[in-house]
Write a new protein. Structure first.
Length: 80
């Protein structure tokens, strides 16, 4: 993984987090803190542990992940 690239932190089937890898950044969640700087230079698919010992998987995001995780504006739908 390189600095500035997108990364998908996979916790389980419902919880996936799309983050950008930066050397001095941390990702905080209710399952602990993941230091993103420690992931630079490691391959995708590696298992990382949070500060509470919970396992996350660092995966390369797919186009589907971008579509689901990016914010979308609402659309007004008028009745017929």
């Amino acid at each position: 993984m390189e600095e500035g690239k997108d990364l998908l932190l996979y916790l389980d089937g419902r919880r996936r987090y799309l983050v950008k890898v930066k050397a001095d950044e941390e990702f905080h969640t209710h399952k602990g803190v993941v230091k993103l700087g420690e992931l630079i230079g490691k391959p995708y698919g590696v298992k990382v542990e949070s500060s509470l010992g919970v396992a996350f998987y660092a995966l390369k995001p797919l186009p589907k992940d971008y579509a689901v995780k990016f914010a979308r504006r609402t659309q007004i739908i008028y009745p017929k």
